[in-house]
Design a protein around this ligand. Structure first.
Ligand SMILES: *[C@@H]1O[C@H](CO)[C@@H](O)[C@H](O)[C@H]1NC(C)=O
Ligand SMILES: *[C@@H]1O[C@H](CO)[C@@H](O)[C@H](O)[C@H]1NC(C)=O
Ligand SMILES: *[C@@H]1O[C@H](CO)[C@@H](O)[C@H](O)[C@H]1NC(C)=O
Length: 292
């Protein structure tokens, strides 16, 4: 039981690291619309959606404010110093009535639920993009990691970190088993072996791990029948006995160059540690000598 919990915590850390590294490049081709790779940012926005009674266009209740045009998800009225002007979000973006006035109010569809504001301007597709703005999945259910960011109708293609799939619903790279239109087995090229199900106890609890056949640093985690792929850090490899990543020189399945490299690194670390201990011992002695 303890072990399962620890393993789970480790996985979360791994996933968070991946999402963070991804966020740094996702922000480059941004359209001035709000970028939201940050987990935890979007769902609250949708829940907080306040439904205000529609009001006639052209009325300002405050000097500076914005409100939706009745029935439309991308048209809004902007009051600047008491003067109302009707505006339209760029094709593919939607008006979010719940953002601060200082924030650009046109955002990606995953951040704005239109509810009964269902009308949208006609799409303005280009040969690269179905709308002028937005993120769109490329590939198919076996090839889930590619996506396209459309900016003014020009597409910029990206790929999720290895093992993750693009989710059109959350606008993020997710585990493939959490993405509806991704076939995780086909995408990762791994089928989780079936395990015997006990009549009395049901399916076995916890996660199962399998080292990849062709790469000793790569391993699969099976949650039920769905695989996720994970990677050990540099110079470490997956050890089937302990279900952890250990120094690669200890894993017979690794190629000899990697094992030799890992052994070298380990030896260097040992020597460094020995030197540090020696140094610490010396300085402590010196200090003792000085204070006495
Ligand atoms: C806003 O409107 C007031 C009153 O009409 C005017 O005096 C002021 O200069 C305006 N401010 C700006 C920034 O346009
Ligand atoms: C809106 O922006 C103002 C000025 O920048 C800030 O003081 C206020 O806290 C913001 N409100 C929200 C809800 O973020
Ligand atoms: C997967 O999709 C990408 C983007 O459309 C494409 O470039 C790539 O060739 C596809 N790979 C396979 C194996 O189909």
């Amino acid at each position: 039981m303890d072990k399962t919990l620890i393993v789970f915590a480790c996985l979360c850390g791994f996933a968070a690291a991946q999402f963070n590294s991804f966020g740094s490049f996702g922000a480059t081709a941004n359209a001035g619309a709000y970028n939201n790779y940050n987990r935890g940012q979007q769902p609250q926005q949708q829940n907080r959606q306040v439904q205000e009674a529609p009001r006639p266009t052209g009325v300002c209740r405050e000097l500076n404010e914005r409100y939706p045009v009745s029935g439309s998800c991308d048209k809004y009225v902007e009051c600047l110093n008491g003067t109302a002007e009707e505006k339209l979000c760029p094709d593919g973006l939607r008006f979010n009535p719940n953002v601060n006035f200082s924030v650009y109010p046109c955002q990606y569809p995953n951040e704005v639920s239109c509810l009964e504001r269902s009308a949208l301007q006609p799409a303005q597709p280009t040969d690269q993009c179905e709308h002028q703005f937005g993120y769109y999945k490329l590939g198919d259910s076996r090839n889930c990691s590619y996506f396209r960011n459309c900016v003014n109708g020009v597409g910029y293609d990206f790929q999720c970190p290895e093992g993750l799939a693009w989710s059109s619903a959350s606008y993020r790279c997710e585990w493939p088993d959490e993405v509806e239109d991704c076939d995780a087995e086909a995408f990762l090229g791994f089928r989780c072996p079936e395990v015997p199900i006990s009549k009395e106890l049901g399916a076995p609890a916890g996660f199962r791990y399998y080292r990849a056949d062709n790469n000793c640093q790569k391993y699969f985690l099976c949650i039920g029948s769905k695989p996720r792929v994970l990677f050990c850090g540099s110079n470490t490899a997956y050890d089937e006995l302990t279900n952890t990543c250990v120094s690669a020189d200890e894993v017979a399945a690794c190629p000899s160059e990697l094992r030799a490299q890992a052994a070298r690194v380990r030896e260097e670390e040992k020597q460094l540690l020995a030197k540090e201990l020696e140094f610490n011992a010396k300085t402590t002695n010196k200090r003792r000598y000085q204070y006495n």
